[in-house]
Design a protein around this ligand. Structure first.
Ligand code: BGC
Ligand code: BGC
Length: 876
């Protein structure tokens, strides 16, 4: 058996890349012969804190449970049973002796993937556009309920990586916004919702998973790229803290039970064995108490990843269906021979069980898994990959509840009105002409393309693992026609982009109100659509959408454009055409698409969505892009985040560049006025760096040291082909490992302190017993209030936004720090209130390794978007 037992603690890539001569590398692609970015070692891996706030009870329950476990049982918790081994996209080993069933890990961020009778919610990006904490929570809760109803233990979302460094990034829509504060709030609300429903949430993909190209070696090779290691996201310490890490810290504070480390490397060390990321940032500095699982095939070593802070290997085999694991047998061996200390495997088991108990699950009342990710057939093999144990595997349980109405509401409230020259809201239009493929159905059916691997008909969601089967998909054509019929309007639609004769004949008729539906799409890297390998190749509309918009608007002087896209597209050539009387961004709305857009177009919902990213005039104007070609010979492609914290609006503001629609922008059918900004300063005292130390690493229970106890018990149950077990195949440990280097000791290849279980000093930026860092960071230093008056004729929601200028020469012009969504009746004045914590006014000091409030004068702004900052005041 292949055993990557002796893999160095930094990835091989780090070690080699720094010393490798570049002689073999094509000179046109070499990186100026400079040393590659480097990730510092941080050991030992922090163990759980029994007094961590919010985790105390879960810790006690986990302790009682884990203390009874054998070593094999602990290993079973940490290691997936292999790709396709049973029903879910990932499952752990069971502990039948104590009644614990195999835990089910299942995608994902907007639906329960691969099953039936589930809902398809709006994507993260549309949810973010609501700027509505309550809706974010409700969506998380509803997703949690559906997961629970299917027997899922861990729901593999929400997503804060990608954050959206490059607008072309394929999976940006699975996450929320390019702004870390908005994303962080959406993460926290989603997690609270999901976990309140009794399912463990998973904050993913940690971290720097900002593009699909080169995220996996095999996938890249299949596309014809000759690379031997995955992309390295090279992120400096300040950018890491102020941008990419920020929303993940909010996830920790919300009590998230699990994290998923990414496929990519960070600073040339694989995320799932990167001790800086997992030991230092996640568990030490930010006190994360749950467990870290690998992304699927993102696990690349045995002992090295255990020492670096990984707690669970998913789906458990080295490569799908290899029949071998870096852990499983090898982790059992590593503990038995002392290479992995008992406290580390105990800590893994503790973290997994604590997350399980924290969300209210119990060993006695686990929901049975009632679906199969691999098929919708009612009967099939339980052990899918092995084609073994034919039985009922799908119960087709309807878990949708009344979520349809919530989905409709989120998508309507997340629709952004970008332009309105007065054509909206519609009032019983005489003749409605709806144009475009994106208004109609996929002729193959809403689920006609597995994992949504096609772009036919209206775009409800993107493609990849972040999808689900639609229970139905209300198209814009269906919903608008129903409304037109009800109103007595004439209604005709042409659901093709390439029918100029028919379209012209229709929309050039007198009294036509034309609504053109267009889209662009993106998704996960394992699927390529039309040359787009996950990441978008460009920011233009698909299927000649631009030509369609231009044509229709040349024939009809009342043309309304609706966009279904994962992020920005270029509207530059036509957005200011006077014949285009309205533009709406409907994002990725999920199953109620048509109803949601109809609600907004007719004013049943007064639009108040805000764009969670900037609409630039050109692709280049964003200043960041996907790396599409390897740039380091056949070694790991290097993606340097040279722009630092300046992505999206931070970048456009710094460049003083004009944009089409700025971050936070969105119109309403009414108007609002802002007045009376007030800042109240609170007495919170000085920031106190944390001092002191942890307890020494505890162990729970003990384990047999006789090798005979670990041999596969062939008499008790049959061996399942390709299944990953914790057992040895004989009492010969070296032979069982199958590793030529078996016998190397930990100190021969692990870094100093990797196995040190003694009490460890606390970091000044960390919090004693406080997940999320030093608790003083969350002291409320200011309360900001302003008055918002509805100066129009209809009731509407307004989203006042609070921005701060941190004042330093290296700081962005403004950064979002708060927002609310307020209902305001015509003529009514309401108060907007938001708070600023110490973190909100601090910057990461790379020398102190802590947050500091700089000496620069700071300002507060309140307004309806990042560039319409109506009110401002110096921060006292
Ligand atoms: C994706 C994850 C997903 C996992 C399991 C991976 O390819 O990156 O987001 O949770 O597969 O489907
Ligand atoms: C885009 C492609 C996309 C295609 C789909 C084109 O405009 O350039 O990226 O695949 O539309 O029709």
């Amino acid at each position: 058996m292949h055993f990557r037992y002796a893999l160095p603690w930094l990835s091989i890539q780090t070690v080699l890349a720094v010393s490798l001569p570049f002689a073999d590398i094509d000179p046109s692609t070499q990186l100026n012969k400079r040393p590659l970015a480097y990730s510092e070692p941080h050991y030992p891996s922090p163990w759980m804190d029994p007094k961590a706030i919010g985790w105390e009870e879960a810790y006690e329950k986990a302790k009682a449970f884990v203390s009874q476990l054998t070593l094999l049982e602990k290993v079973n918790l940490t290691t997936g049973i292999g790709w396709g081994a049973e029903q879910c996209v990932g499952q752990t080993g069971a502990i039948p002796r104590l009644g614990l069933k195999s835990m089910c890990m299942q995608d994902a961020p907007l639906a329960i993937r691969g099953t039936d009778y589930n809902s398809v919610f709006p994507a993260g990006v549309t949810t973010a556009a609501t700027f509505d904490r309550g809706l974010m929570y409700k969506r998380g809760y509803a997703l949690g309920q559906e997961a629970k109803g299917k027997g899922v233990t861990v729901l593999l979302g929400p997503v804060a990586g990608p954050l959206g460094r490059a607008p072309e990034g394929g999976r940006n829509w699975e996450g929320f916004s390019t702004d870390p504060v908005l994303t962080g709030i959406a993460m926290a609300e989603t997690i609270k919702g999901t976990q309140d429903a009794g399912v463990v949430a998973c904050a993913k993909h940690f971290i720097g998973n900002e593009q699909e190209h080169f995220r996996q070696v095999g996938e890249s090779q299949d596309y014809g790229y000759n690379i031997s290691e995955t992309l390295s996201s090279n992120i400096d310490d300040k950018t890491m803290h102020e941008m990419y890490l920020w929303p993940f810290v909010d996830a920790i504070r919300a009590g998230v039970g699990s994290f998923m480390c990414a496929y990519t490397q960070a600073n040339n060390s694989y995320s799932c064995q990167n001790s800086k990321l997992l030991n230092n940032l996640l568990k030490q500095e930010n006190g994360f108490q749950g467990f870290v699982m690998s992304d699927w095939q993102a696990h690349h070593s045995g002992v090295a990843s255990a020492a670096a802070g990984l707690d669970m290997s998913m789906p458990g085999d080295t490569l799908f269906n290899s029949g071998r694991g870096y852990w499983g047998t090898n982790l059992t061996l590593a503990v038995l021979n002392g290479t992995v200390p008992q406290w580390r495997i105990d800590d893994m088991a503790m973290r997994i069980m604590a997350a399980f108990f924290k969300v209210g699950q119990t060993v006695e009342d686990q929901e049975p898994i009632n679906f199969s990710f691999w098929t919708l057939d009612t009967y099939g093999p339980l052990h899918w990959a092995a084609r073994k144990d034919y039985q009922q595997i799908n119960w087709h349980v309807n878990v949708q509840g009344d979520h349809g109405s919530l989905i409709r509401e989120i998508a309507a409230r997340g629709t952004v009105l970008l332009k309105n020259a007065g054509s909206l809201p519609l009032k019983k239009p005489k003749f409605l002409a709806v144009i475009g493929e994106d208004a109609g159905p996929n002729p193959l059916g809403p689920n006609g393309c597995a994992d949504n691997r096609c772009n036919n008909g209206t775009l409800g969601i993107g493609w990849g693992s972040g999808t689900g089967n639609f229970p139905y998909l209300v198209t814009p054509d269906q919903a608008l026609q129903a409304r037109a019929v009800q109103d007595g309007s004439r209604y005709e639609s042409v659901l093709r982009n390439h029918a100029p004769t028919e379209i012209k004949a229709l929309v050039s008729q007198q009294d036509a109100t034309a609504i053109v539906f267009v889209n662009a799409n993106s998704g996960e890297g394992f699927i390529e659509i039309d040359g787009n390998k996950g990441d978008r190749l460009n920011l233009t509309l698909w299927n000649e959408g631009d030509a369609l918009v231009k044509n229709v608007s040349s024939w009809c002087n009342n043309t309304i454009v609706v966009l279904h896209t994962p992020g920005p597209v270029l509207l530059t050539e036509w957005y200011d055409n006077p014949n285009i009387t309205a533009i709406l961004w409907a994002g990725m709305p999920g199953q109620e698409s048509g109803n949601s857009i109809t609600d907004v177009l007719y004013g049943r919902v007064n639009p108040s969505g805000r764009t969670p990213f900037t609409w630039g005039a050109t692709r280049e104007s964003y200043g960041t892009d996907v790396l599409y070609e390897p740039n380091n010979g056949n070694e790991a492609p290097q993606l340097d985040y040279t722009e630092g914290v300046f992505i999206d609006y931070r970048h456009f503001d710094k460049a003083n560049a004009s944009v089409l629609y700025e971050f936070g922008f969105g119109l309403s059918y009414t108007t609002f006025e802002y007045s009376n900004l007030k800042i109240e300063k609170h007495q919170v005292g000085e920031y106190t760096p944390t001092t002191g130390q942890t307890e020494a690493a505890p162990t729970f229970g003990n384990f047999s040291e006789s090798v005979e106890d670990y041999v596969f018990p062939a008499a008790e149950f049959p061996y399942v082909y390709q299944f990953i077990y914790p057992y040895l195949n004989s009492t010969d440990m070296s032979a069982s490992s199958g590793d030529a280097q078996y016998g190397q000791t930990a100190d021969e290849f692990l870094p100093p302190k990797a196995n040190d279980g003694s009490a460890q000093p606390l970091l000044r930026s960390s919090g004693l017993h406080h997940p999320g860092g030093n608790p003083a960071l969350y002291d409320i230093m200011y309360t900001v209030t302003a008055d918002i008056t509805n100066t129009g004729k209809v009731a509407g929601d307004e989203v006042p936004q609070l921005y701060v200028s941190l004042g330093g020469p290296e700081d962005p012009k403004v950064v979002l720090r708060g927002f609310d969504r307020l209902r305001v009746e015509p003529g009514e004045k309401v108060q907007f209130k938001a708070v600023l914590t110490r973190r909100d006014v601090s910057s990461w000091d790379t020398v102190k390794q802590d947050w500091v409030i700089t000496e620069y004068a700071k300002k507060v702004y309140v307004g309806p978007s990042s560039r319409k900052l109506d009110l401002e005041e110096v921060l006292p």
